[in-house]
Design a protein around this ligand. Structure first.
Ligand SMILES: [Fe+2]
Ligand SMILES: [Fe+2]
Length: 177
């Protein structure tokens, strides 16, 4: 498998989660209620899987290695857009967490904010995935030899291996405070 294959498989799971969130939003055109525990699950998926695990590999490994290459102006522009989109997703998720906290604490006006944040995320993210799958990943692959690509895949796997331990260590650290 090529390194980007792993990232594209992860895109598949992210797409499935987006479909579930879209389903939860469908009856919310005129929002009446949403389960805050469902939002917690969506947030955990987005923060731990989509952001730390998936964007982590893109930014800390793929983009880092691309930074050592002579990228064309167009490819560098797209890479910068992707980084900005990751940051946008992070700030939208932060707003979602805040709105969900207000909603859980009985502020019914927060429901509209929860729905808007979720809607924004499910609308924007598929375009981000498509840009990577169809445009950026194929362009990026051309900068690497087969050996470099396989080394990147091995580093992706090592990154994943550590992730579950980091996640639960941080939970214990937090609870010990
Ligand atoms: Fe990305
Ligand atoms: Fe991605």
């Amino acid at each position: 498998m090529q390194a980007r294959g792993l990232l594209m498989i992860e895109h598949g799971l992210i797409e499935r989660m987006l479909t579930i969130i879209r389903g939860a939003l469908a009856p919310l055109e005129e929002p009446h209620k949403i389960d805050p525990l469902f939002v917690d699950k969506a947030v955990d998926f987005i923060q731990t899987y989509a952001d730390r695990t998936h964007h982590g590999k893109e930014e800390d490994i793929l983009f880092r290695d691309l930074n050592n290459k002579r990228l064309s102006e167009a490819d560098r522009r797209v890479m910068n857009e992707l980084i900005e989109e990751h940051a946008f997703g992070r700030s939208m998720t932060k707003a979602l967490v805040e709105a969900n906290t207000r909603y859980r604490n009985g502020d019914s006006s927060a429901l509209g904010d929860v729905a808007r944040c979720l809607r924004t995320l499910v609308d924007f993210y598929p375009r981000h995935i498509e840009k990577e799958d169809k445009t950026f990943f194929p362009a990026a692959r051309a900068y690497f030899s087969e050996a470099e690509d396989q080394a990147m895949l091995a580093e992706f796997r090592e990154f994943d291996r550590k992730m579950i331990h980091d996640k639960y260590m941080s939970i214990v650290d937090e609870l010990e405070k």
